[in-house]
Design a binder for this molecule. Sequence first.
Ligand code: ADP
Length: 278
Amino acid sequence: KQVVMVTAYDRQQQFIGHYCFMKDISDRREIDRLKDEFVSIVSHELRTPLTSISGALDLLAGGVLQTQPEEAQRMLNIAASNTDRLVRLINDILDIERIESGKVQMTPEHCDAADLMNQSIETVEEMAEQAGVKLAVYPLSAPLWADPDRIIQVFTNLLSNAIKFSPEGSTVSLSAEITAEKAAPSSKQILFKVKDQGRGIPAEKLESIFERFGQVDASDSRQKGGTGLGLAICRSILQHHQGQICVESTLGEGSTFFFTLPIASKDDTETIEPENTG
Ligand code: ADP
């Protein structure tokens, strides 16, 4: 709590008195702390690829191009892949900032769950083929009132993670079922499942991976090309759709990511207002 003192004057600038009141600033402090933490992680995350790019360019400028063309090619590849990483990071950072601050308006429309599932699978087919991972989809038709591009973004994030952390020859599956909402058993919701037979996630990381930059292993970003922001973006998008996301996992056996969306009723036509989550 903070004590705030206010001095009051009347219209003729005559002193009236002092007012003293207590203000609860713990929430604001927490928000400021989270913002500071975010800025410091972002600066660190951006600096790492930039340092690699600038190191590679320094070597090239130093004449390595003439003396060691193979080394020069290697430096160019390092600069190029780190530039890609910077672009991905900046896009993800801007995305999550816009969604969480409510600057992005979701544009909901009537859509069918099966269509969204099929479209998402198409998006990751190429990636799965390259990784030698099989895809299985069990589309379920159900009406949704949602922003289709954003829901496909959630699916493709979860599917590409599942593929990334799976061994060759294993299967990633996408399925769905209709369930009743726990809080309101009369309202129906759809529960989507993205299941893999990958390396699994340790129990103590099951919550932190949904935080911005939360990764199981610091090397995940470098080796797997991730930014650590994908799941935080998924959670944010789903919050805007009254949906929830969670994960179950067994180390060495695989993980299943679940998320829910409410089934649309016929009178669902209002726009989804972005919530300001600070
Ligand atoms: P990233 O861009 O690093 O994939 P995400 O927020 O999507 O960021 O995921 C955060 C971290 O959670 C990943 O870096 C990885 O450590 C872990 N993770 C996510 N999905 C899986 C999965 N299917 N299997 C194992 N680990 C996973």
